[in-house]
Design a protein around this ligand. Structure first.
Ligand code: SF4
Length: 442
């Protein structure tokens, strides 16, 4: 279990010398507990304290990396059971199983559709992560399919091979790609460890119960393999949820390092709605990877949206980049509207400006993701901060007029904003829904 701030404080010198940059040892302990500081900042730690704190700084659930470049997927390194306690760190990878028994053209077509599963929501890109190739026939067909899949996608790859020979031959083709191997029938731990180390892959393992699983991860660890992913099996959804929850709980709450690995689940459901529902359950609790077979955009979008929400920091509102956004074919006479960088505020204003069909600029002011009234009350959306944003984003250079439209709710700042910015302030509607009519009558 992770040490609390007070537990950590007991291990510190308690001299309050300030060399760590904080005014007291207690403040430093609190920063360590939040993982906002490193132990190297205190030069006076005893050897024993350092050893304890270093072992504590290792993640309780291992971070495993698959793929590379823009398509790199990192899973694990989670620290809490419930996102309100802190946040979930590494979004669950979503992947698609393709059987090698399909014809080449079908595999190509499926890969093309999977590659195209990219969406944008509240200013963020939502993308899928993995393609899993499942061996159904002989090694030769598996190898051919591996070539076909790897040549047509840059997504991370999962090789679901029947035997070590097929997997080894496939890995020879994929040298340099960080893939995940999934020996469908299970194999001898020593042989698996050798293959995994020789090809620098991550490995999926499973066992009939948690004790056997712990023993297996320990054995593989002793053989030098640590990038493991646990396939959580079960006859029913509740059985799988039980397995996922127990593994997470034992790793985080009991400090069982033998179970401190990300989990994987496979959904075998032919109905796309049932499949989406089951996959959603595993994304919510606590799969690091979910593999499905359906690739319809309507099914995948709902899963990506759920994942986005679950892996958003609950203490940080969704934000967009603060800057000057042109909407439509703007020119130097286009109206300029001001709002905050809270995603919901910005996208609501954006939608209404687009609906007005009047090309306009929107200035998104950095309010740390707060909405208009909240930011105003917290003094994050002030005449000074708006004027600074106008200067920083070059609004004076973008338009020849000097008019600025502000949300109706903050009409009270008009005079001061005019003084601070040099712009003539026009008070816009209180609600974004009034923007189209307002712009048309401007
Ligand atoms: S450097 Fe170490 S001893 Fe000094 S205040 Fe920071 S934690 Fe305390």
């Amino acid at each position: 279990m992770a040490l609390s701030g007070l537990d950590i404080y007991k291990l510190l010198p308690k001299t309050n010398c300030r060399e760590c940059g904080l005014s007291t040892c207690l403040a430093f302990a609190m920063q360590l507990a939040k993982k906002a500081a490193g132990i190297d900042k205190c030069p006076y730690l005893s050897k024993e304290s350092k050893a304890i704190l270093e072992s504590q700084s290792q993640p309780l659930i291992r971070l495993v990396t698959l793929g590379s470049g823009e398509d790199k997927l990192e899973i694990g390194n989670e620290s809490v059971m419930f996102r309100h306690e802190e946040k979930f760190h590494h979004p669950c990878g979503i992947g698609f199983i393709i059987e090698d028994s399909l014809k080449d053209d079908e595999i190509r077509a499926r890969i093309a559709k999977i590659n195209a599963l990219k969406f944008e929501r509240v200013g963020q890109r939502l993308e899928v992560n993995l393609v899993a190739l499942e061996q159904k026939g002989d090694a030769a067909r598996f190898i051919e399919s591996v070539k076909l899949v790897s040549g047509n996608t840059s997504l991370g790859l999962v090789l679901m091979g029947w035997d070590l020979l097929s997997l080894k031959a496939a890995l020879d083709i994929l040298k340099g790609r960080r893939v995940l191997i999934y020996p469908v029938k299970g194999e001898d731990a020593k042989a698996l460890a050798e293959l995994t180390k020789n090809y620098n892959t991550a490995l999926v393992i499973s066992a009939e119960d948690l004790d056997t699983l712990s023993a297996l991860t320990l054995e593989l660890n002793n053989l030098g393999v640590s990038d493991l992913i646990i396939d959580v099996k079960g006859e029913t959804i509740p059985e799988r949820i039980w397995g996922l929850t127990q593994i997470r709980r034992l790793a985080l709450k009991k400090g069982n390092r033998n179970l401190g690995y990300p989990a994987l689940t496979i959904v075998n459901e032919s109905d796309p709605f049932e499949e989406a529902q089951e996959a959603a359950t595993y994304i919510a609790k606590y799969s690091g990877i979910v593999l499905i077979r359906g690739f319809q955009p309507y099914e995948v979008l709902s899963l990506l949206t759920l994942r986005q929400n679950i892996y958003t920091d609950p203490q940080k509102p969704l934000q967009i980049e603060p800057k000057l956004y042109p909407v439509g074919q703007v020119n130097d006479k286009s109206p300029v509207l001001v709002t905050t960088n809270f995603s919901l505020s910005y996208f609501t204003v954006l939608g209404e400006v687009e609906a007005s069909k009047i090309p306009s600029y929107i200035v998104s002011v950095d309010t740390e993701g707060m909405s208009v009234l909240t930011a105003w009350a917290a003094e994050k959306f002030t005449p000074r901060s708006i004027a600074d944003s106008l200067n920083k984003f070059g609004v004076k250079e973008a338009v020849v007029h000097n008019r600025l439209i502000i949300p109706g709710y903050v009409a009270v700042m008009s005079g001061e904003l005019e003084d601070e910015s040099g712009f003539k302030v026009i008070v816009g509607p209180k609600e974004a829904a009034g923007i189209p009519a307002f712009l048309k009558n401007l």
